[in-house]
Design a protein around this ligand. Sequence first.
Ligand code: ZN
Ligand code: ZN
Length: 173
Amino acid sequence: MHLPPRWVSGENCAKLISSTLFQLPMKKESITVEVPAQTLHVEHARCPSGHSLMDPRKMISGYPALKVLLRYAGRRGYVHLDPVLGSFQNQSEIDIPDGEIVEMLCPTCQASLQTESETCAVCYAPMFAISLPNGGTLKGCQRNGCHRHKLLLVEAAAQRETLKGGDHIQMLM
Ligand SMILES: [Zn+2]
Ligand SMILES: [Zn+2]
């Protein structure tokens, strides 16, 4: 599958993915959607209370970066996250050794972005969740260095229901 490089805002990101979903060959009981690396970027990320996580003053990979507060080993510092999905040019104020688990917080209200119970399917670390427009969610692993360079939609049946219900995107990064 080839998708031309294009700018996809948060609003139509979910639509693109849901339409892509049904064009792909199925493999057994799960569908994996592989979006060509670095063709999607996040434009409208928010904390659960609605504070923007975008930092228009900081560009990474050519787009405004996301800015969140990190908590690790009793320290706090800001990290700028690469807004391009599949790209990980993150820039952190505090050094996090590979393999360590951090917690992400909203820089405005300091609410934790950690999900209640969900863990990474790869390494079982707690996940963070970032709100996108139209009920979308971007989820990722909080273990430093654990990411996948592709977008996954798992459990096709459940995913279809959640797509109908709220354009929920599960992303492992
Ligand atoms: Zn907030
Ligand atoms: Zn992980």
